[in-house]
Design a protein around this ligand. Structure first.
Ligand SMILES: Cc1ncc(COP(=O)(O)O)c(C=O)c1O
Length: 400
């Protein structure tokens, strides 16, 4: 029995429903952000992130910064690219437009490779683009939250390494990490960035990023200073031997992330102890079971939802099964029905769906998230409730 006050089940594609223990971790008494107990918790978070991302390479570097998923884009643009560099942005919806805009903010030229709505750029198109120009980074949205399109990372990364080996493979995993399988080392990814409020199941407010040793080397080889302050890795990583930092006094040459992981106090900017506690609990819960089981739970829940949607006579935006995310579903509404015709009625039945987000078709579809405790907690019936509510809401407007 949940200790949370009764509330509609939040089934938008993030933030999601939270486990009681995760929420309760946030009511931790105040403690020093450089005191041993908190530093130890932060250290656990960083080493557990390595497990979640399935990396054992000591050169990989996890970052946890106060901020939202968007801060991950800023970290990539500010630290791994320099003004004048080129980025190839694979477009599967709204979030690629925003990532491209972020690059442009930092003076980086972003070329978008677009697919039809509900589809993803094909490997032969990516290969052609990579052969035409030298790109410093390629970015891909693992699950595009605006369309429910899933991108295939393994084959994509293999292609990039074969055709353009110097190009860094950057994954926006905001709507995937914790729900979709990611093998950071095995798939030779360079950056996976995410946020806490989706499949990780922790309140919003932390930007989580894993960088490969190769990405860190690219960062260290920069000719120019990162054009961000808070998000600059020079403030979060060690720098004693690095010429980039010689202008800083020795005492300021920081190793914040490594120190935390080694459970040594360190400071650059004050972290949020309460959020770090919540993330610690969420990660320990996730890792208490084999990750494969967690990913299988998300796949199974997704299949159940998608079958139920089809039984209601509805289609998905992502039409090809291999393009369909396991963490969410973008549901196309019957002709003439718009999100305001159903979303308020769904809310009255105790479930919160999201409206459309892709600007060209926003009025034609709704989105349902299926991540975290709504999928893994056998005592919850959020998804059954969501499907029943959708059936009833459509019937009420003569659509079932
Ligand atoms: C795929 C994707 N990338 C990036 C973001 C931005 O994350 P945030 O809203 O936490 O800044 C989101 C947010 O929903 C997202 O779904």
């Amino acid at each position: 029995m949940s200790s949370q006050p009764p509330h509609p089940a939040l089934l938008i594609p993030g933030p999601i429903e939270f486990d009681d223990a995760v929420l309760q971790s946030m009511s931790h008494y105040s403690e020093s952000h450089v005191g041993a107990p908190f530093v130890s918790t932060f250290g656990d978070v960083l080493s557990n992130l390595r497990k979640l991302f399935q990396t054992t390479d000591p050169a990989s570097q996890p970052f946890v910064l106060s901020g939202s998923g968007t801060l991950g884009w800023d970290q990539v643009a500010a630290n791994l690219t320099e003004p004048g560099d080129e980025a190839l942005v694979l477009h599967t919806g709204y979030f690629a437009d925003s990532f491209a805009d972020c690059f442009e903010t930092y003076g980086v030229k972003a070329t978008q490779l677009k697919a039809a709505i509900g589809d993803r750029p094909q490997l032969d198109e990516v290969e052609k683009a990579l052969r035409e120009k030298k790109y410093k980074v390629l970015t891909v949205t693992h699950v595009d939250t605006s369309t429910g399109v899933l991108s295939e990372l393994k084959a994509l990364s293999e292609l990039v390494h074969r055709v353009s080996p110097d190009t860094l493979v950057v994954v926006d995993g905001v709507c995937s990490v914790g729900g979709e399988e990611i093998k950071f080392d095995e798939w030779k990814l360079d950056v996976v960035l995410t946020a806490t409020q989706k499949a990780i199941g922790c309140p919003a407010g932390l930007s989580v990023l894993m960088a490969s040793g190769r990405a860190i080397e690219v960062f260290k080889a920069r000719k120019t200073r990162p054009n961000s302050y808070f998000g600059s890795w020079k403030n979060w990583l060690p720098s004693k031997t690095d010429s980039l930092y010689t202008y800083l006094p020795q005492s300021n040459r920081l190793a914040v992330m490594q120190n935390y992981e080694a459970k040594k106090a360190s400071y650059f900017a004050t972290p949020s102890p309460q959020l770090i506690h919540a993330l610690d609990t969420a990660l320990k819960q996730i890792l208490s079971r084999p990750l494969d089981q967690r990913f299988a739970d998300h796949r199974n829940a997704s299949q159940t939802v998608k079958k139920a949607i089809a039984n209601l006579g509805l289609k998905q935006l992502a039409t090809k099964p291999e393009n369909q995310a396991n963490t969410m579903t973008a549901i196309v509404l019957p002709e003439g029905v718009t999100p305001p015709d159903v979303v308020p009625s769904l809310l009255k039945k105790g479930v919160v769906f999201a409206g459309g987000l892709h600007k060209e078709i926003a009025s034609k579809y709704i989105r349902l998230g299926h991540m975290g405790v709504s999928v893994t907690d056998p005592d919850r019936s959020d998804l059954t409730k969501a499907i029943d509510a959708l059936r009833e809401s459509l019937a009420e407007i003569g659509q079932a």
